[in-house]
Design a protein around this ligand. Sequence first.
Ligand SMILES: Cc1cc2nc3c(=O)[nH]c(=O)nc-3n(C[C@H](O)[C@H](O)[C@H](O)COP(=O)(O)OP(=O)(O)OC[C@H]3O[C@@H](n4cnc5c(N)ncnc54)[C@H](O)[C@@H]3O)c2cc1C
Length: 489
Amino acid sequence: MAANAFQHALKNEGFSICLVESPDIATIGVGEGSTPHLKRFFDNLNINEREWMPSCNATYKNGISFIDWTEHLPENRYFHPFPSIIDRQTAGAFLNNCMARHHGHSVDVNPDHYFLAKTLSANGYGPLTLPGQPSIAMNYAYHFDSNLLGKFLAKKGKDAGVAHIQGKFVKAYNNESGDISHIELQDKRKLHADFFIDATGFASYLLQQHCDVKFDSFESSLFNDSAIALPSEVASPILAETKATALTHGWAWHIPLTNRTGNGYVFSSKYTNFEDAELELRKHLGETNNTVSENTSARHIKMKVGQVKKSWCNNVMAIGLAQGFIEPLEATALHMVMDSIDLFLQTFKNGEYKNSDRSTFNKAVSNRYLGIKDYIVCHYKVNQKAKGEYWTDCRNIEDISDNLKTVLDAWQHKQDITPVLEKLGMLNYYPAISWYCLLAGYGYFSHVTNTKLDNANIGFGQQDKARMQTFLKQRAAQFTLHEDLLRAK
Ligand SMILES: Cc1cc2nc3c(=O)[nH]c(=O)nc-3n(C[C@H](O)[C@H](O)[C@H](O)COP(=O)(O)OP(=O)(O)OC[C@H]3O[C@@H](n4cnc5c(N)ncnc54)[C@H](O)[C@@H]3O)c2cc1C
């Protein structure tokens, strides 16, 4: 991604980009979900969905279904949509009902009943309208095979003029100023450059190992440090959503691709081990009708969760897993890659292609990690799971940021959290609707004291819940079925 983006942005500025990749070291091969940033990435490179999606077995993503995270609620699931302009027609009712619920009224606060993205997903629609129907612009993302996406982008990069060298990095050499002057490959080739991007995954050979930049672990507030990946047969129908299901010591992802479903269990090794976690995942897949073929073995993956103290040091910038990783609950890793690329290009250009504005960049990238981290930590901190040491310990997480404490405090004091998020600068990372969906979706309210108001009969004009549902269903009927969209590719 970085090589393509830099080639696109810098080729007319006199830079040439070279990508070094070891044929002996595989990419991590997981990471199949995205945020809407990915669409903007491809749009910027003028790469059409019809070109890249079939090459990567990709599907559309309207949002994420959180299942079994709210077992105290009758529905025990809620949907986190990617907010879209059409939501303005229904979000007011949702927000008003959240306030009414804060004040003890028994109103419907499950976001599932207010957002078009959920209605689309639940009824098998993708995020694009039918030909001939008035267009409704949905904010959407994708699922894809990350190995195939890597290969696709490698070819695109080469076609665009990126030099692609196959070779294994073994050593870096500094010049007198402390910058890296060149790197050496196993076959003794020496590669000189003005600037180096470390995209070597968790190993981070250049930034963390050679430049000795330290890593800040998030383990005191995000416990999950392990994952198991285990694909199952293709889903039928293929829904345009990720499923994130809470399990005993973490959660399982289900990501539908056109040729298989990617599944996995993200968990904490302090509470279980790979063998037991794999048994639990296999049982869960069986119970949810995900067929795993007998010959399919599971992959066991260790995760390093946290961020480097600075992403850009001297003439090296780390990107991707070399730079940091927040566990994949909201599929934000590639989002951070794209944000880092954009911020770097902006800073590098503003600084006249020198290293002068590194600290501005480092602060901005770090704040982004921390902003995303707050949102992810919140899923664990306010969890309402009844049983189990893991979930109890998550509820008791003490290491939470002042920002997150302020937001939760405002929520508990029945305030509108939108101005609070705005004042704290947190809307740069997640919009207010996402925070409301999370907290209301979790049913994170005090007890109902007044049951006089029921259904969504405030906020949406004078219309009742049934009329809200009719509105959403009518709009959804303007959309193309997800499987038809995939067949059209
Ligand atoms: C369980 C899990 C789930 C995830 N889910 C998501 C998700 O849903 N969405 C999302 O956005 N992200 C997700 N991620 C993160 C995502 O996988 C990564 O951000 C993404 O794949 C990019 O990885 P990378 O390129 O930084 O590292 P890698 O994929 O590890 O690639 C490292 C590259 O460096 C090369 N290399 C390494 N050493 C050398 C060497 N000595 N010489 C030459 N080349 C070398 C390798 O050949 C390889 O090409 C997930 C991660 C995990 C662990």
